[in-house]
Design a protein around this ligand. Structure first.
Ligand code: KG4
Ligand code: ZN
Length: 315
């Protein structure tokens, strides 16, 4: 595995050109390493899968153009794969056999928050998504308000363990009659709370607030976001008579969220499936898995001349 987190921490988030340059530097060595670890060489591979979207176009282009080169050199066809399909199918890396449909899948990443209804491996429909910030984005933005480094999710969940969820932040759209989400108001509520605190204590803007209070803010924010995610997922599971609940995407690495969904799924006698931690945040294994299911559903891999990065590709 190769991570660019340290690089992005230096700039407080992902700067597209910095990310793309790092991809260019790493893509060949990491491909060689993956083949070596799998004890395979390119001749043993049937098809080449690549993330073609959605995402930052400069990053997508690096992967897409690299795989086209590989395809030209090896004569293997390509399976262009949707990044969110990667997250969606990542739950099947561990749980492909004996899985029961329908599945209500909550996919929560830095760029997306969606509820997907899966009636079979090849039949899925997005039933709800965020109307503004994604769940991971909200974690990252609130982390910044608390002076925590990028990526914010893991830092907030660590800090939340030391605090109590005693501050009443809003649960946006929880009781609305749809499966959509909105997290930008929640982030603003946290910002106002911090601003008020600094004003009442007459602290200069740059002065950080007490550690215990920061921990309480982290715990309360995390609880608010979990209540909304879990509430809407369980509502969808009820209405669509789901037999399984799936959780994936970077935010699925959040232990409190995993535990909350597991508990409710158990109460309702539903199966709960979630990838191992390392397969929640972006990885190539999930792309290979989504490509495999696409192939199984009858997709014909294509010639490299047909493959193009699509930054807005919808699931
Ligand atoms: O899926 P992912 O790796 O990349 C995208 O497709 O966006 O998700 C990254 C997001 C970041 O916003 C990060 O803060 C969040 O996942 N994340 C977490 C945790 N670990 C990563 N959020 C909450 N709790 C975590 N433990
Ligand atoms: Zn992702």
């Amino acid at each position: 595995m190769n991570s660019q987190i340290k690089l992005h921490r230096a700039t407080g988030g992902i700067v597209p050109e910095v990310a793309a340059r790092a991809h260019i530097k790493n893509i060949l060595p990491i491909t060689k390493l993956a083949l070596k670890k799998a004890k395979l060489n390119l001749e043993n591979i049937d098809y080449l899968a690549v993330t073609a979207g959605p995402g930052l176009v400069v990053s997508l282009i690096v992967g897409v153009e690299f795989v086209k080169g590989l395809s030209l050199a090896t004569d293997k066809p390509i399976i262009p794969t949707n990044h969110m399909a990667g997250h969606l199918y990542s739950v099947f890396i561990k749980h492909a056999s004996a899985v029961k449909f329908p599945i209500v899948a909550l996919v929560v990443s830095g760029g997306h928050t969606m509820l997907v209804l899966m009636k079979s491996f090849s039949n899925s429909k997005v039933i709800g998504q965020t109307v503004d910030d994604a769940a991971g984005e909200a974690f990252d933005k609130v982390a910044r308000l608390l002076n925590l480094p990028y990526p914010g999710g893991p830092k907030i969940s660590k800090l939340a363990k030391l605090g109590q969820a005693i501050i009443q932040f809003p649960r946006p759209m929880l009781h609305e009659n749809n499966y959509n989400f909105s997290f930008s108001g929640l982030k603003t509520a946290v910002r106002y709370y911090i601003d008020d605190l600094q004003k009442t204590k007459n602290l200069p803007r740059t002065k950080t607030i007490a550690f215990g209070t920061r921990a309480d803010i982290a715990a309360s924010f995390q609880q608010a976001i979990i209540d909304v995610l879990v509430g809407k997922t369980m509502k969808a599971a009820r209405n669509y008579k789901a037999k399984t609940i799936a959780l994936s995407g970077g935010v699925a690495a959040n232990l409190a969220l995993r535990q909350a969904l597991l508990k409710l799924a158990k109460q309702q006698h539903l199966k709960f499936i979630v990838p191992n931690y390392e397969l929640c945040t972006d990885n190539a294994g999930m792309i290979a898995t989504a490509a495999y299911f696409k192939l199984k559903a009858g997709y014909k891999p294509v010639h490299f001349s047909k493959v193009k990065a699509d930054p807005n590709w919808e699931l």
